[in-house]
Design a protein around this ligand. Structure first.
Ligand SMILES: NC(=O)c1ccc[n+]([C@@H]2O[C@H](COP(=O)([O-])OP(=O)(O)OC[C@H]3O[C@@H](n4cnc5c(N)ncnc54)[C@H](OP(=O)(O)O)[C@@H]3O)[C@@H](O)[C@H]2O)c1
Ligand SMILES: *[C@@H]1O[C@H](CO)[C@@H](O)[C@H](O)[C@H]1NC(C)=O
Ligand SMILES: *[C@@H]1O[C@H](CO)[C@@H](O)[C@H](O)[C@H]1NC(C)=O
Length: 328
């Protein structure tokens, strides 16, 4: 783009008002094109060129909740690949054992500790005490606060029963906060650490997630909590981040097959680890970020309508499936 500055200046000082308007429009147009190019370059840099941080600088151990399946399991393999030792927190001994042998087989030198804990048991104190002791003993530099719960299928808020309501708030709010509370004092002492809280695109990317309102609400809490924490602790060497994925092919999303816009948990985690320590709110998998841009270009009322429509469809199918199960 060639801008003749002398000519532009002449137009701007031209006595004819229509020439001055034209000149102002040209300047505004040029500036917005520069802005768009700048944003595109930033996007390219962040998604394809920027190297991931050296994660062992945060400490030699990482703690992952919800590690035995889906995104959390993906993170375990990616972190072990980057030479981190792992504290694995899971609710099934069998799955923890299987994960331990898979990790050991692939990464011979990785050290592993496991904690068996179901986050939905009435009394969490003994479990959290066990985690606290491990965190006090080991150099835990990274927390991946990943365990989370969604609805079995879409529904109106008045159809969310007491148990589901309590469990969602327990897992997606209380447990997230408690885990941060456990690791922060130790990270503060060492002046280094990274906290990754797994939020959701349903709260941070989409304008709404109808028929998942309580889920979206708890994930919105994670977004705001993380971003505010990040400001609080930035100068203490602790990087706090909320990662907001859109669909990932896991049992929580009831999606088995991966595709470009719905990655396997391992491809998601491959992107996820590269973002650790950077922006306090991010959507690490690049096709998800394209959807984010697209959503922002569309009128939100249109997106809401489409989401409500597909939510109702998921609800109908979920109800039918539940009815069939009851009959059997
Ligand atoms: N998948 C998506 O499309 C998507 C999109 C946005 C955000 N997310 C978020 O990503 C995170 C991980 O979800 P995911 O899709 O990977 O789900 P997932 O495949 O169902 O895995 C969830 C993990 O959490 C564990 N977990 C579940 N209930 C637990 C409990 N009561 N106590 C202890 N651990 C428990 C599971 O243990 P088991 O192995 O024993 O089942 C599993 O390891 C969640 O916070 C979710 O909200 C997912
Ligand atoms: C990463 O950091 C660790 C600890 O500071 C250091 O030992 C290691 O050499 C670094 N790795 C790379 C690839 O820079
Ligand atoms: C911090 O929390 C407030 C709500 O109390 C929210 O409006 C704000 O966006 C958050 N700040 C950041 C940096 O996320």
């Amino acid at each position: 783009m060639v801008v003749d500055v002398a000519e532009l200046r002449a137009l701007l000082t031209d006595s004819a008002p229509e020439n001055r308007v034209l000149a102002v429009l040209a300047v505004v147009g040029a500036l917005s094109i520069v802005g768009i190019i700048g944003r595109f370059c930033t996007w390219l840099w962040r998604y394809f060129l920027r190297p991931g941080k050296n994660l062992t600088r945060y400490g030699s151990w990482a703690l992952v909740t919800g590690c035995t399946d889906g995104i959390g399991k993906g993170f375990c393999f990616q972190l072990a690949k980057r030479r981190l030792n792992l504290i694995l927190v899971g609710r099934s001994q069998e799955k923890l054992d299987a994960l331990t042998s898979e990790l050991k087989a692939k990464y011979k030198t990785v050290q592993l500790r496991t904690v068996l804990l179901d986050f939905l048991v009435p009394d969490l104190s003994p479990g959290f005490k066990q985690i606290e002791e491990l965190v006090a003993e080991l150099d835990v530099g990274i927390l991946v606060n990943n365990a989370g719960l969604s609805y079995p299928y879409a529904r109106f808020f008045h159809e969310v029963d007491e148990d589901l309501m309590r469990n969602l708030i327990r897992m997606n709010v209380e447990v997230i906060v408690r885990m941060v509370q456990i690791v922060i004092p130790h990270m503060l002492k060492r002046k280094r650490g990274a906290i990754v809280n797994i939020g959701s695109g349903s709260a941070s990317v989409l304008p709404s997630d109808p028929l998942y309102a309580l889920y979206a609400g708890t994930k919105g809490f994670i977004d705001i909590f993380s971003r505010n924490l990040s400001v609080e602790y930035k100068n203490s060497g602790i990087d706090v981040q909320c990662q907001a994925p859109l669909h990932v092919a896991t049992k929580l999303a009831s999606i088995r097959r991966s595709s470009l816009f719905c990655p396997s948990p391992n491809s998601y985690a491959q992107s996820g680890v590269k973002w650790i320590g950077y922006e306090s709110l991010c959507c690490p998998y690049w096709p998800h970020s394209l959807l984010w841009k697209l959503v922002n270009l569309l009128p939100h009322s249109l997106v809401d309508m489409v989401r409500m429509h597909s939510g109702l469809d998921v609800r109908r199918r979920g109800k039918a499936k539940e009815a069939r199960k009851k009959e059997q």
